[in-house]
Design a protein around this ligand. Structure first.
Ligand code: GDP
Ligand code: IMO
Ligand code: MG
Length: 419
């Protein structure tokens, strides 16, 4: 069997968690391939709401195996808190959550370094989630990182050596910190982490493929936050695109099957950086309020704007998306008209290609479509879609040249329409 990949096509928070949960019954294994606790994946069902950060979103449906892949970075303290919250709500994970020995560890000093770097950037700060993501991936690439597998032998020695290096860097910043209390929490988390199955996940996943089991790879963040193709430097520090599933799980590109690309019917971004279709008016407030656009990790209000087809065509191309999933359609229920950005004007020139720098010089070119002015949240099938909504779907499919296979009309698992 091939591995299907589900990933975000915008700046994250598209609704990946919800859809992974919806699709999980079709799979035997769900595997996260990159990112870390910078992610916040929200799921709602049976009047309960859960936010997952490092644990894959396939954990709630029918005893499936969930894997944290080698491309992920793990903070044991946050991992422990996440596991305990799930256990408290009756979800036992111990037998069905596996962790790659090659996943890198976020040390307490990585979190401190994230804060120190951000403070030093002043007005140019990235607006990171403050979870130590950048410094951990930096250590991975510069060959100074610690991996989950390292906890099995002489760990304290390796830990101390890494922390000494970090302290030398921190000393260059005007930055006060209390490492001791962070370490206490962190080492308690490490004990929890060690109680799970720590595996050679690349062998595991390839055996699953060989034995004909179905695997869904779950992305975090979104393609416009990819370290290579996103709006650099306002990006995260991993490859969020489809290729990241190959490196983050150890699978061959030949083994990739469907690529599910997920997007909101509008657009949001949290943190700094370019956002060509951003709105600052009452429409943005309506999207933020109705869509509850506040970060699930940091609580920060998300910036809101119209859907951007220039950016979506770009991320569909980079990822080789085969099926589209449109989220939060219901948030636009009350709008008289819907704007769809179809091109950018840069220095008087019109382009449909996402540029090297998506900066504030860009003037979006919009097509205006009529709104449907109908509550969609209780709809169960596409037969109930208003005419204007169908017209929007047809317009998007024609422009993006990929079918929209799922439409989401509310946060609950049940508010999902498969076409
Ligand atoms: P993720 O990071 O991609 O998993 O997305 P988040 O969980 O960070 O953000 C998506 C938010 O939208 C969550 O609060 C979801 O509960 C909510 N959500 C998902 N789909 C829909 C939808 O179709 N309509 C509405 N109104 N909310 C949705
Ligand atoms: P999910 O998986 C939205 C953003 C941060 C910041 C930038 C870098 O829930 O979609 P980092 O802490 O990664 O170094 O921050 O990336 N960011 C996200 N934005 N959703 C996410 O994850 C994000 N993870 C990171 O706000 O702009
Ligand atoms: Mg999120």
């Amino acid at each position: 069997m091939k591995v299907d990949v589900l990933l975000g096509l915008q700046w994250g928070d598209e609704g990946k968690g919800k859809i992974v949960d919806v699709l999980t019954p079709n799979y035997q294994v769900v595997a996260r391939f990159q990112g870390g606790p910078n992610a916040g994946h929200t799921l709602e069902f049976e009047s309960q709401k859960y936010v997952l950060r490092s644990i894959p979103s396939g954990i709630f449906q029918g005893g499936k195996i969930n894997l944290i892949g080698n491309g992920v970075v793990i903070d044991p303290a946050l991992f422990k808190a996440e596991v305990e919250a799930l256990e408290a709500s009756g979800h036992k994970l111990i037998d069905r959550l596996y962790i790659s020995k090659k996943a890198h560890l976020i040390l307490p000093t990585h979190r401190l370094l994230d804060d120190a770097y951000e403070s030093a950037k002043g007005n140019d700060k990235i607006g990171t989630t403050g979870k130590g993501i950048g410094p951990t991936y930096t250590d991975k690439v510069s060959r100074n990182g610690l991996r989950v597998g390292d906890v099995l032998h002489n760990f304290q020695e390796k830990y101390d050596a890494a922390v000494e290096k970090h302290k030398l860097i921190l000393a260059q910043y005007d930055f006060e910190y209390d490492l001791k209390s962070l370490e206490e929490e962190w080492f308690a988390g490490l004990e929890k982490l060690k109680s799970f199955k720590l595996i050679d996940s690349e062998h595991f996943i390839n055996n699953q493929i060989r034995e004909g089991r179905s695997v869904l790879a779950e992305g975090a963040q979104g393609s416009l936050l990819d370290v290579d193709f996103g709006t650099y430097p306002f990006v995260t520090s991993s490859n969020t695109v489809c290729a990241g599933a190959c490196t983050g799980l150890g699978i061959s590109p030949h083994n990739i099957g469907e690529v599910f690309g997920i997007f909101k019917a509008y657009c949001t971004r949290v943190g700094s950086g370019p956002f060509p279709t951003e709105l600052f008016d009452a429409d943005a407030d309506e999207m933020r309020n109705k869509g509850n656009e506040y970060g699930s990790v940091t609580g920060r209000p998300r910036r809101c704007g119209w859907i951007d087809l220039v950016a979506l065509k770009y991320t569909i191309m980079i990822n080789g998306v085969t099926q589209l999933i449109m989220m939060k359609s219901d948030v636009l229920d009350a709008f008289d008209t819907i704007n769809v950005c179809v091109a950018y004007n840069i220095d008087g020139k019109r382009t449909e290609e996402f540029p090297f720098e998506a900066n504030e010089e860009i003037q979006p070119d919009y097509v205006e479509l009529p709104g449907w002015k109908t509550d969609m949240t209780a709809m169960q099938s596409e037969d109930e879609f208003p005419e204007e909504f169908n017209a929007l779907l047809s317009f998007l499919e024609e422009e993006l040249e990929v079918p929209i296979k799922i439409v989401s009309v509310g946060p609950d698992r049940a508010q999902t329409i498969i076409r």
